[in-house]
Design a protein around this ligand. Structure first.
Ligand code: UD1
Length: 356
């Protein structure tokens, strides 16, 4: 059986890595890895391939950045001849980025079977490009691998037949569990003993400069009580530069995007995580580190119900109050989430190999 994986952006890599490994032990299985090039900076891509011990891609489509339409169309145009020529039995797509939906659309029209890893998540917020990507990818996919029971319910409610859905758990946690011992041993000199770890990259937070200014201002204020460590996404860095906002230089550490292991080490030791990322809500829950999500909604409600996550929306006073509460020990404690056990990719590999 020939399985072709399509990845493109940073959050895809830690999801594809464990499935590539699990499938590599299956007999009579050939794998191809295609990188769309949606993320191309070394800090957003190469370093992840290296740390996650992923094979080099068989092809890089080098699509780069652009508007949603341009980027999605470019991925489709460049991917189509690759899959026509390589004739895979299955194409596996990951998560909710533009590369995911583009690949699902190309392959479903070529009548090549598509499997979606991390299917069924819904924020119910169609202003998020990722929500559109999730809805369409799930409609187009033949097999839907879900991380949690809420995702199955979402798919049932959309009329997707149960025969296409497999609850397998969370592949990102497979990677986290495998690499946590390495991250624990990393030397992270120069870190304050207690700190808030911040990541922000959603257009709704960083492209609205007035809102970004008020967020930076409250984070700056927080940093005087609890230092802030802020690895900055390229999109966010250019927005912050536009604002020219004076950040406290002794307590507010603005640093480049971190490789996987370094970021995991930072997350593991953080007093609190403040983020608008999807994956970080899950990782912080798994690590039992309190997480404040700067969004009005989440497609990962299990991290609120069972985990350490809390939405703070667009309320800077709530954000400030909750950080200070956590800093004094008033915090949520995570319960285990079913099937987030390090074996999700193995389950996916078994299902794919049964499906011939
Ligand atoms: C994409 C995903 C988002 C995911 C995020 C993780 C979509 C719709 N969004 O958002 O779900 O959470 O990746 O990072 O697919 N840039 C660089 N170097 C790079 C990549 C991007 O400088 O290697 C800059 C460019 O200015 C680019 C901007 O970041 O225009 C946005 O990149 P893009 O891939 O469009 O979306 P992300 O915001 O990264």
């Amino acid at each position: 059986m020939h399985i072709l994986h399509v990845v493109g952006a940073r959050p895809n890599f830690m999801k594809a890595a464990p499935l590539l490994r699990a499938l590599s032990t299956k007999p009579a299985t050939r794998q191809t890895l295609i990188h769309t090039g949606q993320h191309y900076d070394s800090a957003m891509s190469d370093v992840f391939f290296h740390q996650l011990a992923m094979p080099q891609p068989d092809a890089n489509l080098e699509v780069g950045s652009g508007s949603h339409a341009r980027q999605t169309a470019e991925i489709m145009t460049r991917l189509e001849p690759e899959v026509v020529e390589r004739k895979p039995d299955w194409v596996v797509v990951y998560g909710d980025v533009n590369s995911t939906v583009a690949a699902a659309l190309v392959c479903s029209k070529l009548q090549i079977r598509v499997a979606h890893v991390e299917a069924g998540l819904r924020s119910r917020d169609r202003t998020m490009p990722e929500e559109i990507n999730r809805l369409l990818t799930d409609q187009l996919s033949d097999l839907l691998f879900t991380p949690s029971a809420d995702a199955d319910q979402n798919l049932h409610a959309e009329g997707i037949d149960a025969s296409r859905i497999r609850l397998v758990g969370n592949v990102m946690i497979d990677t986290l569990l495998r690499l946590l011992p390495l991250a624990e041993n990393l030397n992270v000199d120069g870190l304050p003993p207690r700190y808030a770890l911040v990541t922000l990259h959603r257009p709704s937070n960083v492209d609205d400069l007035l809102w970004l200014r008020s967020l930076l201002s409250v984070l700056n204020e927080i940093s005087r009580k609890l230092p802030v460590v802020f690895p900055v996404h390229p999109r966010t860095r250019s927005r912050i530069a536009e604002l020219n906002f004076p950040l406290s230089d002794k307590t507010f550490f603005v640093v480049d995007p971190k490789p996987y292991l370094e970021f995991l080490a930072l997350q593991r030791r953080a007093t609190v995580v403040i983020t608008d990322s999807g994956g970080i809500q899950e990782e912080s829950t798994f690590l039992n580190v309190p997480c404040l999500t700067v969004r009005e909604n989440t497609e990962r409600p299990v991290t609120i119900e069972l985990g350490t996550n809390q939405l703070v929306g667009r309320d800077v006073d709530l954000l400030r109050r909750e950080v200070l509460k956590i800093a004094t020990g008033q915090r949520k404690v995570a319960k285990p989430i079913p099937l987030w056990d390090g074996r999700a990719a193995q389950r996916i590999a078994d299902f794919l190999c049964e499906s011939v």
